[in-house]
Design a protein around this ligand. Sequence first.
Ligand code: AMP
Ligand code: ZN
Length: 472
Amino acid sequence: MTTIRLQNTKTRKREDFIPIDPKNVRMYVCGPTVYDRAHIGNARPVIVFDVLYRLLRHVYGADHVTYVRNFTDVDDKINARAAESGRTIQEITDETTQWYLDDMRAVGAMDPDEMPRATQYIPQMVTMIEDLIAKGFAYPDGAGHVLFSVNSYPKYGALSGRSTDDMIAGARVEIADNKRDPMDFVLWKPSDADQPGWDSPWGRGRPGWHIECSAMAKDLLGDTFDIHGGGNDLMFPHHENEIAQSCCASGHAEDGEGFANYWLHNEMLQVEGKKMSKSLGNFFTVRDLLDQGVPGEVIRFVFLQTHYRKPMDWTAEKATAAKRELYRWREHLTGVAPSLPHQSIVDAIADDINTSQAMYELRVRFLNWMQSLQSDRLVSQKEEAEFLASAQLLGLLTDERAEWFVNDFDFAWHIDKFFKLRDQAKEIKDYSKVDAFKSALLEAGVEVRMSKTGVELDAGPDFDASKLEGLL
Ligand code: AMP
Ligand code: ZN
């Protein structure tokens, strides 16, 4: 069996992955707060952990992996969005959740096995908070808040390797009268009449962000599970707080064991050296790119070329090159069913999700397949089947008749015809057919540009090949 090795933030080591139960390998990844479209940075953890999910399913069997990714649908940003737009919270969270699913499916991400919404787990959160209070790790302030007492958990800061001073200085820790220690964080807070709230032993209120993940992970995966993932911007305070809550609730306050065994963090997608984020305003959404005609598969291809622990930039040049390469791959597919992925691709992904190496190996497979076209048909079909399965392990070529490709292929075919027609017209000196074809191309959404090298034709985002049917 393939040995998977993962860089574990918890130990700062690359370790062999040994699941607690190989019959049920369990992974939790922090999902989005649903108040707006996902920006393309948000797609990075989704793609990274989707590749890992596919690998785990390959190694342990599709029925032996449970992947949970949550939706945070209670949050002050959502309340603010509702207030400013005059819409209900439910409308906003329902709409944004659907957008997120559509956009992430467009970049080839499989749906996780479970996609819990925080608002459906309030009773579990209340129970966990009560438990933490009973065990002396949390305290109510008497005014509707419950706070986690960071001093009660000696291992606090172990994941991110920070000292308490660093943590206070590095994060915007609110110093408040109701806190015993400035580091203490909110598990529960009171809600006004116009804020979403649930009845609780501390009055009507709503949960803090961190307790959500602890309660949902416990409910769906148990006190201890295998992998916990997310972007490295979540390491502190969010993941530290998840660990503190979960370990204290499950009787691991002293050793900090339990909860997740392997912690994985992806690096940030950047724009000119800065993290892409909503608060910095330097973002564009996955939907923006899709609407500009960049296929989701191309977005994924670009992401896979950088290792998940390295920062990366999105550039239009990378997208153009990716599309060209994907086009070349798709052009050769003959409809042979996938077999099993080549071991070199499995090994690359198993080596701490080294997708850039996997992409290199995939290109080697493609060249092998191209070479085999000159030999026996059975040999080339075998190469094709293996290439396809390998690409699919990375979540590429999963949809064998991708719309973007069919469209581009039609486009290329018609353009080829157009130039042939023009050459003929030159000979017989009758341009009427060419002119008719040219207007039909424009009508079908082809963009015409004049450049130094002559006329450039491009399938615009609205190119519709069906409008050219019957013309030739
Ligand atoms: P948020 O909605 O900001 O909590 O983010 C949802 C997920 O996207 C988390 O796992 C974040 O770590 C991740 N994320 C946010 N911004 C970026 C970025 N620029 N690059 C990579 N991942 C990001
Ligand atoms: Zn979380």
